[in-house]
Each structure stands twice: as structure tokens, then as C-alpha cells.
Design a protein around this ligand. Sequence first.
Ligand SMILES: Cc1cc2nc3c(=O)[nH]c(=O)nc-3n(C[C@H](O)[C@H](O)[C@H](O)COP(=O)(O)O)c2cc1C
Length: 332
Amino acid sequence: MYSLIKPALFRINPEVAHDLTINSLKVLGQCLGPSAPEEGRPCEIAGLRFKNSIGLAAGLDKDAVAVSGFSRLGFGHLEVGTVTPRSQPGNPKPRVFRLEEDAGLINRFGFNNHGVDALVERLQNHPYQGIIGVNIGKNKDTPNEEAHLDYVACIQKAAAVCDYITINVSSPNTPGLRDLAEARKILDVVAPVLEARSDLHNRKDGYLPVFVKLAPDFEDQDLIQVLEALKRTQADGVILTNTTLNRERLRSNFREQSGGLSGAPLTTKAEHCLRIAIDALEATLPVISVGGVMSGDDAKRRLELGAQLVQLYTGLIYRGPVLVRDAIRMTR
Ligand SMILES: Cc1cc2nc3c(=O)[nH]c(=O)nc-3n(C[C@H](O)[C@H](O)[C@H](O)COP(=O)(O)O)c2cc1C
């Protein structure tokens, strides 16, 4: 089915195609309601029971408008966001580019989103039976010295409507955001969020796991130091990786566009980061692997390398829903 739609989708502007897809999934979800996750390889992290290893990566359903629709693809978990305390428009268009020759995307959306209150309203009493994560960030106009306040505001509000939180300190499209992930700074954001978690009163489901999402562009030694710092906290897991600023070996004419690169050109780097993390963390924290998972085999390899869960984004654009089924089947 997707192979029939894809040529038409790939002929139109990528952001228009994106909006069309989200709206179609939204309508599908409204008509049919959510599906339970497909049975796959079950996994438990911080008390959360995932029915299969495959999840939707953050950024595709930033505002949680199509949770039911995405659930129908079979995912075990859906990560929505990145959401910020206040709504913001993101960067000027065009801000997403298809690198077809490379099976990649470059995006510089810049956290365009409706704000955390709108997201909370949409997720309130949501009937989806899988795991929902909310990925949180800071507003563009919040200075880095005050960034922790944005993250705390987001966890305080989103806690009531999700199963886990992801602290995003890894998007390249919010100026200075990645500076927050340096080893000597990361606890300035992570510690206040974890402290806020211990004071939560609006949760009905008890403990709220907190994951931290990192970029792939660290030097190995720097990544190890960040992971060492996270090991000493009460964080519950690491999501590796976000998009890359690297532009090696690309063929597409869009390769010079600024923004984060995802998809097939990220596969090797994401696997490399996963290996480093598995070594450095020594099973103290689970790793969720994302970045360039374009096939069921790619997903299987991530689990073989030690990941607990795998997330998809760009692969879905190139392969469609069949990728989710393949990945669930290959990781069973
Ligand atoms: C268009 C686009 C928007 C994204 N937006 C976000 C975001 O808001 N928050 C986030 O944590 N990651 C975001 N990501 C990163 C993805 O979640 C994922 O980490 C990255 O794309 C690598 O996976 P992939 O190669 O499967 O796409 C975005 C990726 C793309 C392509």
C-alpha cells in the first residue's frame, strides 16, 4: 500500500507531505480508535512493560495529535514531543529536506509545537494501551542558565498523562541546546528534573521513569564522560541518538542544508554510539537505540549490540508501516 502512495508523497514538499501524513493518521485514529501494541519481544524498563521492542521516535508526532493513528502501526511505545512550556513556531520554512539518494533527511524544525498544556489536554485519558513517552525541551528564547526551569515545568505538567519522560538535550536546531549535554553541565538540567519527579503529586500510576536523549556528535571520550555522569543519577535510561551535524559521504544536492541529518547516513554512527554506551554503562542503565534503523535487520542488530528498545523515524518515511511490522517480527 505505502509503495503506491510513496511516489506521490515524495513528489510534494516534504513538510506538506509530513502534515498530510499526520492528518491522515489523525483521521484514521479518530475513525478506528487506537490498537493495542503488536505482540513482540517484551521488555521491562524501570517498571514499564513494553509489549514489543519497537517505538516511534520523538519529533514525528510532536503535539500528540495522532497517537491513535500511530498506534495502529503496531508500535510498543510512542514518544511524542519535543514539547516546550510555551507554544512556538519553530524556524522559517523550508526546514526539512529529503536526501533521496542517501535515504536520509535533514531537518531544522526547531521545536515547532503547541506547548505542553495543549499536549496534556490531548493525552488526558487517552485510551492507547501501549507506553506513551513525552519528550521535553526548552523554549528557544529561554536562556541556557534558566533551561532547567523549562524542563521542570514540562515534567510537572506532562507527568499526569504519560508513562515516561525524555529530557532532550540533543537537538541541533535550538541554539545552544547541545551545550546543556556537556559532561560538566548535564546534571544542571537532569538533577532538577529528577528532583521535580520526586515531588510529583499528579500521578496516578506511581513511579515516572526519566530517560535522557543524547546527540551522536560527541568525541568518544566526551560521550563516555556524559554517560558516567548520568550513571551517578537516578535517571532510568539513555536514548541514543538524535540527528547528526556530520555530512560525510552524502550524494544529495541538499547535503549542505543546515540542520540535523537522520536516516541511513546515521546508521553506522548510531551503532558506534550504542557500542560505547553499552561498554561505559556496564548495564547500570538501559539504552534505547535510534538513528538509521531502516530495516528489520537493523533493529535486530541494535538488540544484539545490547539495546533494550529501538525507535524509528526516517525509516518510516522511506519504508512505510511495513518497517514497523518487520522490525517487530525480526526482534521477536
Ligand atoms: C523531521 C524530524 C524532526 C525531529 N524532531 C525531533 C524532536 O522534536 N525531538 C527529538 O528528540 N528528536 C527529534 N528528531 C530526531 C529523531 O527522534 C531521531 O532521534 C533521529 O531522527 C534519528 O533517527 P532516524 O534516523 O530513525 O530518523 C527529529 C527527526 C526528524 C527527521
